[in-house]
Design a protein around this ligand. Structure first.
Ligand SMILES: [Zn+2]
Ligand SMILES: [Zn+2]
Length: 149
């Protein structure tokens, strides 16, 4: 695959992955696989959550895609794998580290309108969502109604 097109694919896959994550979160995690997400919605003392299996799934999928793409002359699968990885890094940084402070020593919350919006949206998600219903299922995108009032 043309390297330039391949590199262009990465941000496109990143944006598509926010849609995939939104869909999964709304219809699968708050649906028939709630059993793997519920520990993310209650206080837990353990360092790992069953919910981390979703991240692990995409990490393994990315590794396999990058491997397959590499073995096949760096075809589209290679860039697809890196696109999913880039989204995973965004999710890890902004959802796990910035919002949920899973690394206790890192207290980082950028005070820009964008970050304040996704923080408000995710806080609302955690306040108002139950097993099979909820609001604000995005992770890196939130609608304007979560802007500071
Ligand atoms: Zn949720
Ligand atoms: Zn969360």
């Amino acid at each position: 695959m043309n390297v330039f097109l391949g590199l262009l694919m990465i941000p496109v896959v990143f944006v598509i992955m926010e849609g995939v994550a939104w869909f999964l979160h709304k219809y699968v995690m708050h649906g028939f696989l709630w059993v793997l997400h519920e520990d993310h919605h209650r206080p837990t003392k353990s360092k790992l959550q069953k919910n981390d299996l979703y991240g692990l799934f995409f990490a393994i999928l990315s590794i396999l895609l990058i491997l397959l793409g590499t073995l096949n002359g760096f075809n589209a699968l290679f860039y697809l794998g890196w696109g999913i990885t880039s989204y995973g890094i965004g999710y890890l940084l902004f959802h796990d580290i910035m919002f949920h402070r899973r690394i206790k020593s890192i207290r980082w919350r950028p005070q820009t309108p964008y970050f304040q919006r996704i923080i408000r949206a995710h806080a609302t998600h955690h306040q108002k969502s139950t097993a099979h219903s909820g609001v604000a299922f995005g992770f890196l995108y939130a609608s304007k109604k979560y802007n500071q009032g």
